[in-house]
Unconditional design. Structure first.
Length: 266
C-alpha cells in the first residue's frame, strides 16, 4: 500500500462521509455568497472586491482546513484502524504523507470550486479582468494546503482527537484571530524598551507581520496583482511570502512525523 493508495482511500472515505461536500459548501458560502452580496450592493471596482473576498477567505479557510485535517490520523488511532494499517506494508511516513495528500486534495477541490464561483459572481456583476482569478485561487489554494499540513502534523503528533482539536483551535486563534494584537503588543514593547521609534517599521517588525500563513498569502496575492514579482524589497515582492508558505508547509509535517515515528499505538 503506497502513499497514493492511502490518499485515494482517504478521499474515498471522506466522500462517503460527505466531508468533501460539507467543506465545499462552507467554502462556497463563505466566499461566493458574501462576495456576491458585496458586489451586488457596492460601487467598488472588481479588483477591490476581489481584495475584500481574499481578506474574508484568509479568515474563514484556515479554520475549515484545520478542522478538515486534525482528525486525519487521530481519528484512525481512536477507531483502532491505525493498528491494522500499521500491520500492512506502508510505513508511518507513508501513512502521514498519504493522509496529507488526501486532505490537501479535498481542500484544493473545495477552494477551486469556491474561488471560481466567486470569480464568476464578481465578473457577472461588475466585470473586470479574468486574469486576477489565477493569483486569487492560487494563493488561497496554497494557503489552504499549508493549514492542512499544520492540521495533519498536529494530528500525527497528538495522542487523541480532543487534544488535536484543542491545538488547532489554539493555532487558529494565535495565527489568524489574534496575530494583529500580538504584533501590536510586540511593537509597543519594542518602543517602550527603546528598540525602535514609534513611527518606524524595521525589517524585523515587518517580518513579524508577514509571518502567519494567511498574512503571507495576502502579501503574495497583492504583490502578484500589482506585478511586483521579484523586486529588491522582499516585503513588497512575491518570493518572500512564497518562501514563508513553503516553510509553514514543511515544518509541521516534519514535526508531526517526528512525534508519530516512534510513538506506541495502543
Amino acid at each position: 500500500m503506497s502513499v497514493g493508495t492511502i490518499a485515494r482511500k482517504d478521499l474515498a472515505d471522506a466522500s462517503r462521509s460527505k466531508m468533501l461536500w460539507v467543506v465545499a459548501v462552507l467554502v462556497l458560502l463563505s466566499m461566493a455568497g458574501v462576495t456576491g452580496l458585496v458586489a451586488a450592493t457596492t460601487s467598488m471596482p472588481a479588483r477591490e472586491v476581489f481584495g475584500l473576498a481574499f481578506q474574508l477567505a484568509v479568515t474563514t479557510l484556515p479554520i475549515i482546513a484545520l478542522i478538515l485535517a486534525k482528525g486525519s490520523i487521530t481519528g484512525e488511532r481512536e477507531s483502532g484502524s491505525l493498528r491494522v494499517l500499521l500491520s500492512l506494508p506502508p510505513s508511518r511516513s507513508d501513512i502521514l504523507l498519504g493522509k496529507l495528500l488526501g486532505r490537501a486534495v479535498l481542500m484544493l477541490i473545495a477552494t477551486l470550486v469556491g474561488g471560481l464561483t466567486t470569480g464568476l459572481v464578481v465578473f457577472a456583476l461588475l466585470g473586470g479582468e479574468i486574469g486576477i482569478l489565477i493569483p486569487f485561487v492560487g494563493f488561497l489554494g496554497v494557503m489552504g494546503v499549508v493549514f492542512v499540513a499544520i492540521g495533519v502534523g498536529v494530528s500525527a503528533a497528538s495522542a487523541s482527537d480532543n487534544r488535536a482539536t484543542a491545538i488547532v483551535v489554539g493555532a487558529y486563534m494565535i495565527l489568524v484571530a489574534l496575530w494583529n494584537l500580538i504584533e501590536r503588543g510586540i511593537q509597543f514593547g519594542a518602543v517602550e524598551l527603546g528598540l525602535m521609534e514609534a513611527s518606524s517599521q524595521p525589517a524585523w517588525l515587518q517580518m513579524v507581520g508577514l509571518l502567519p500563513p494567511n498574512n503571507a498569502a495576502i502579501a503574495g496575492f497583492r504583490a502578484t496583482v500589482d506585478g511586483r514579482l521579484f523586486g529588491t524589497d522582499p516585503f513588497a515582492s512575491v518570493w518572500l511570502p512564497v518562501c514563508l508558505l513553503l516553510v509553514w508547509f514543511v515544518v509541521p509535517v516534519v514535526g508531526g512525523y517526528l512525534g508519530f515515528r516512534d510513538v506506541q499505538i495502543g
